[in-house]
Design a protein around this ligand. Structure first.
Ligand SMILES: Cc1cc2nc3c(=O)[nH]c(=O)nc-3n(C[C@H](O)[C@H](O)[C@H](O)COP(=O)(O)O)c2cc1C
Length: 308
């Protein structure tokens, strides 16, 4: 069964729950365009999160979900709100959500944890997850070590629940590869940054469009907080501090507010421009629906062309 059939939607795609970007308006726009929109709770207070869910309901009649980053300081409250508001899908990032899964499932939600490795996939499958989102290190934002190519088939072999591939998917060739690796659909983030509807500052969009294949870098590996961003003054300074032995506290202090500076102020020098390695493939701003249609049609076209 494909992801769209599982969710009762048109396209087999989930929009990654991008903190500060995935607002109620953006999630609704994605769901209205035929994929699954997610409200990104990272960076939201519990009150804003609850309001966002309620606002999203007024903006779309289609299913939508929420993304909860497990390192959020108010994660317990966010988790309770997701259950109370009976959202269709809960995805989680950066950790093990097992303790929240029973309450979410009781509320009727489907639970799709994002996992960077086989061990966590097994843990969440045992805890009752409905599917896992296997996210490779090509992705924008917080990342693990393994590539999508190596991770997805190993996860597909290790668990009995469906696998959704994330990381490095921006056109139909990559979608076809994800299916070949054992996925039932894809979660995408970077390719949606350059959608017409994405609420990031124009300078951020331009920086993604300008990026080439090697223009992203992972900061924070030495302090166990790896994040993939576009190279800029901030990433260079961060890496220099890391090399000089700065600890996690100092580095966190240095990046305080940097994602908001990128998203809202369009500060491409000291802002944190999260983006994945596929940024180098993106050359045009397009409506969300066109992005989803082209992913699907590009996949079918490539499959028909293959001579195996
Ligand atoms: C700007 C940006 C912010 C992100 N923030 C989050 C987040 O808050 N929570 C999360 O689980 N994943 C986050 N991600 C990862 C996405 O949900 C998704 O898995 C990833 O973008 C897929 O890989 P791709 O960037 O190659 O499309 C973010 C990605 C980007 C590009």
């Amino acid at each position: 069964m494909r992801l769209n059939e599982l969710l009762g939607i048109e396209f087999p795609f989930i929009q990654g729950g991008m903190a500060n970007i995935a607002t109620a308006e953006f999630a609704a726009a994605v769901s209205n365009a035929g994929a699954l929109g997610l409200i990104g709770a990272g960076g939201m207070s519990p009150e804003v999160f609850q309001d966002s869910i309620r606002r999203c309901r007024t903006l779309t009649e289609k299913p939508f979900g929420v993304n909860i980053m497990l390192m959020h300081p108010q994660v317990e409250q966010l988790a309770a709100i997701a259950a109370q508001e009976k959202v269709a899908v809960v995805t989680t990032g950066a950790g093990d959500p097992a303790r929240f899964i029973p309450a979410w499932k009781e509320s009727g939600a489907k639970v799709f944890p994002v996992i960077p490795a086989v061990a966590l996939a097994k843990v969440v499958a045992r805890a009752g997850a409905d599917a896992v989102i296997a996210e490779g290190t090509e992705s924008g934002g917080h990342v693990g070590e393994l590539t999508t190519m190596a991770l997805v088939p190993q996860v597909a072999d290790a668990v009995d629940i469906p696998v959704i591939a994330a990381g490095g998917i921006a056109d139909g060739r990559q979608l076809l590869a994800a299916y070949a690796l054992g996925a039932i659909g894809a979660q995408v983030g970077t390719c949606l940054l350059v959608s017409e509807e994405c609420p990031i500052h124009e300078n951020y969009k331009k920086a993604v469009l300008k990026a080439k294949d090697r223009d992203t870098v992972v900061t924070g590996r030495s302090v166990d907080a790896p994040v993939r961003i576009l190279r800029n003054q901030m990433s260079r300074e961060y890496l220099a501090r890391e090399k000089a032995g700065a600890d996690r506290m100092e580095l966190e202090h240095y990046t305080l507010g940097s994602l908001r500076r990128a998203v809202f102020d369009g500060d491409t020098k000291t802002g944190s421009l999260m983006a994945g390695q596929v940024a180098g493939m993106l050359h045009e701003i397009k409506p969300l629906r066109q992005i989803f249609e082209e992913l699907n049609s590009g996949c079918a076209k490539r499959l028909a062309e293959l001579e195996l």
